[in-house]
Write a protein that binds this ligand. Structure first.
Ligand SMILES: [Zn+2]
Ligand SMILES: [Zn+2]
Length: 183
C-alpha cells in the first residue's frame, strides 16, 4: 500500500483491488460543501490554460483531480453556479462554448469542480477546493503549456512530463502507471 494512503484516515474502502478515497471539499465562505469518492486523488496534473489560470489559478495553473460523479454529495447546492467557457484556440476559425460545466460558489467565487456531460461518470474537483489531506505526487504532468502566461515559472523536474496541449495519458492511466491505485 502506498504510504500516503496509509497516512490518510479518510480512506473508505477497497473495491476490486483499487483503493477509494473520500474527498471532502468546500468553498471559501462555507456555503457549499461536497464530498466525492476518488480512485485518482493525487494532485499531479497542472493545467496552464487561460481558463484555469483566470478562474482558478492565481499561481498560473490549476490542479484537477478525478472523482466518481455517481458518489457526489453536495450541501448548499443553491449557492452553486456554472460557467461554460468560451474557447477559441489559435487554430479555430470561430469561438465555441465548452460543454464542460465549471462549478463555482456564487457567493465567494471559489471554483469547485468541472463536470463534462460527455463523461457522465466522472467529475474533476480542483485540488484547491479539497479539505482532505491529499497524497503527495511523486511526479507531475504539465499541460496546455501553449497557453501558459509568460510570467509563470514552470518547474523543470527530471520525471515530470510536459505537453503543449493535452497529455497522452488520462488521470486514471497516470495513477495506474505509477501503481498508486492498487493495494
Ligand atoms: Zn462560497
Ligand atoms: Zn485548464
Amino acid at each position: 500500500m502506498n504510504k500516503s494512503y496509509r497516512k490518510n484516515k479518510k480512506t473508505v474502502g477497497l473495491s476490486l483491488r483499487k483503493l477509494v478515497m473520500l474527498l471532502e471539499g468546500s468553498c471559501h465562505c462555507g456555503a457549499v460543501r461536497f464530498s466525492v469518492q476518488s480512485q485518482q486523488p493525487y494532485p499531479y496534473m497542472r493545467c496552464y490554460c487561460s481558463i484555469c489560470r483566470k478562474t482558478a489559478g492565481g499561481g498560473g495553473y490549476a490542479i484537477n483531480l478525478s472523482g466518481d460523479h455517481r458518489t457526489l454529495k453536495v450541501e448548499g447546492e443553491d449557492y452553486l453556479t456554472v460557467y461554460h467557457a468560451r474557447i477559441q484556440n489559435p487554430e479555430d476559425a470561430a469561438p465555441f462554448v465548452s460543454q464542460g460545466e465549471r462549478r463555482f460558489c456564487r457567493q465567494c467565487g471559489s471554483c469547485l469542480w468541472v463536470y463534462d456531460p460527455n463523461y457522465p461518470d466522472l467529475m474533476h474537483p480542483f485540488a484547491s477546493a479539497i479539505d482532505t489531506e491529499l497524497p503527495t505526487p511523486p511526479e507531475h504532468t504539465h499541460i496546455l503549456l501553449d497557453f501558459a502566461a509568460s510570467w509563470v515559472e514552470i518547474p523543470k523536474l527530471p520525471n515530470d512530463r510536459y505537453f503543449d496541449r493535452y497529455p497522452d495519458e488520462s488521470i486514471a492511466d497516470w495513477h495506474e502507471r505509477l501503481e498508486l491505485t492498487t493495494d
